[in-house]
Design a protein around this ligand. Structure first.
Ligand code: XMP
Length: 320
């Protein structure tokens, strides 16, 4: 009978057979999939693995530190941590179109990743956290007519460009199975149970206006409070994804005895099993009120909070 223990042992053998004494580079995003790939490869080939973590400046609060603490300090994995936030922001300057932002981020990511991979001496193999649904999706894309709702950013195109062979140990797994494997490999629950986070990061949660460090900082602060309250309420694991969106509108408010004129933000939370369809989460009003109060009191720059009650379809989970 099929168990994750057996899968793990089998995959480790398969990786060793494929890679031999070659080197493997793995892009770590801080998400569940790439983290599990890194942990699995580290177990299979140890020092032959080098991980590259590109900090786009579009990540959530504390994310870069968490990745370094877990992989470099605790797992002892060779890890390159590249802070490329200034480059990403300069490339994105003035851009507000969702698709163009995604393309810029995807292309910049590949450039930075490629440069870092060369800097560590290159490798014969590239490891990716491709899951079974990704495999099916890319097959169906080449089939009938398809409409691109959002062009998802990943490191596709990189292996050919860098002449690398792919190592994709999660190709047969669904997300929930990846989580089981992650636990089996000793990854902490906070990492394995993490909500999905899109490649373009916070860039697609600031719709309709130019990305600036200031706006990203405001969004990051609000987002951290929202997730903190969700965890405290014991709701993190029943929600598929929850995040704030910084809206491109300023509204009037009163703060003490003066007038404020600041951003509004929207809270989003959905349940889902695969991200393809989703329902908005029915928080109780007291919870929403608590989150709104904290955000408005603690985050300078936001004076109004709304809750998004759109399901998917007709909405998408992200706002752009
Ligand atoms: P949507 O917004 O299309 O999102 O309902 C479905 C799931 O995909 C994530 N998402 C992305 N992931 N690159 C990614 O890696 C992207 O460009 C991207 N856009 C959306 C989204 O967070 C949700 O989990």
């Amino acid at each position: 009978d099929w168990t994750m223990k057996a899968f793990r042992a089998h995959e480790i053998e398969r990786i060793r057979a494929q890679v031999g004494s070659g080197r493997v580079i793995c892009g770590l995003s801080g998400g569940v999939d790439s983290s599990v790939v890194a942990a699995l490869l580290h177990e299979a080939i140890g020092e032959q693995l080098v991980c590259v973590f590109v900090d786009t400046g579009l990540l959530r609060a504390g994310e870069a530190d968490q990745v370094v603490a877990l992989f470099r300090d605790r797992f002892n994995i060779k890890l390159v941590h590249k802070d490329a936030s200034a480059l990403f922001l300069s490339k994105l300057a003035g851009e507000t179109d969702p698709e163009k932002k995604r393309k810029i981020i995807g292309a910049t990511f590949i450039d930075v990743f490629e440069a870092e991979a060369r800097a560590v001496g290159g490798a014969e193999f590239l490891a990716q956290g491709t899951l079974y649904p990704d495999v099916i999706e890319s097959v169906s894309f080449t089939g009938g007519p398809s409409v691109t709702i959002k062009s998802h950013h990943n490191v596709g195109g990189l292996p050919e460009r860098m002449n690398m062979k792919l190592v994709e140990p999660l190709r047969e797994l669904f997300k929930d199975e990846v989580r089981v494997l992650g636990r089996e490999l000793g990854l902490p629950d906070e990492m394995v149970g993490r909500h999905p986070f899109p490649g373009p990061g916070l860039a697609i949660r600031i719709p309709g206006q130019e990305l600036t460090r200031e706006r990203l900082d405001i969004l990051r602060a609000a987002d951290a409070i929202y997730l903190d309250e969700i965890r405290k309420a014991g709701l993190y694991d029943v929600i598929w994804q929850a995040f704030c969106v910084l809206l491109p509108v300023r509204t009037v408010g009163v703060m003490g005895d003066s007038r404020s004129y600041d951003y509004a933000c929207a809270l989003r939370a959905v349940t889902s099993t695969d991200g393809m369809t989703a329902d908005f989460y029915p928080f109780d009003m007291a919870f929403l009120g608590r989150v709104a109060n904290r955000i408005i009191n603690e985050v300078k720059g936001i004076n109004r909070v709304t809750y998004d009650v759109t399901s998917k379809p007709p909405g998408t989970i992200e706002w752009e």
